[in-house]
Design a protein around this ligand. Structure first.
Ligand code: RP5
Length: 164
């Protein structure tokens, strides 16, 4: 596969069950990507290195998922000018509302594009990353159009009550 254009990072391997939906969306669009565990509080040096080298390594944006006091997306955004797409991962005790507030409430000046809590947010972050790249990559633009067309056709074929 070609060099990764999107980084998918998360604070723990326990986030993968959610963040895999971002990777699946990127795969559906044919977007080369990489997946890494990068923890803001457990591996801060790795976080700094990842963010500081991301642009030079050819990444166009970073999708970052974390749960709880979810400072990973904001800290990445502090260290790179690349767009950072934040995914709030559902947490054990507050169902991801803590993650959402931690990510969405960035102080003025360092933005993080924040998506919905959980699987839908992760998938949409992947689709959004594809849309960012589609402007300069016709193959990704075609894949995104096809994806949306298939979704439209599936919705048009829906019947209630569901058959069979
Ligand atoms: C955060 O703490 C991670 O993003 C994860 O959502 C949460 C729990 O991590 P583990 O205890 O499962 O490693 O840093």
């Amino acid at each position: 596969m070609s060099e990764p254009r999107v980084g998918v990072v998360m604070g723990s391997e326990s986030d993968w069950k959610i963040m895999s939906h971002a990777a699946s969306a990127l795969e559906a669009l044919g977007v080369a990507h990489e997946t890494r565990v990068v923890s803001a509080h457990r591996t801060p040096d790795r976080l700094f290195d990842y963010a500081a080298t991301a642009a030079d390594r050819g990444l166009a944006c970073i999708i970052a998922g974390a749960g709880g006091a979810a400072h990973l997306p904001g800290m990445l955004a502090a260290k790179t000018a690349l767009p950072v797409l934040g995914v709030p991962v559902p947490s054990r005790y507050l169902s991801g509302q803590d993650s959402l507030y931690s990510i969405v409430q960035m102080p003025k000046g360092i933005p993080v594009a924040t998506f919905a809590i959980g699987e839908a947010g992760a998938a949409n972050a992947g689709l959004f990353a594809g849309a960012l790249l589609a402007g300069t990559d016709p193959a990704i633009a075609r894949a995104l159009a096809d994806y949306r067309q298939r979704q439209t056709e599936a919705a048009e074929a829906m019947r209630v009550p569901p058959e069979g």
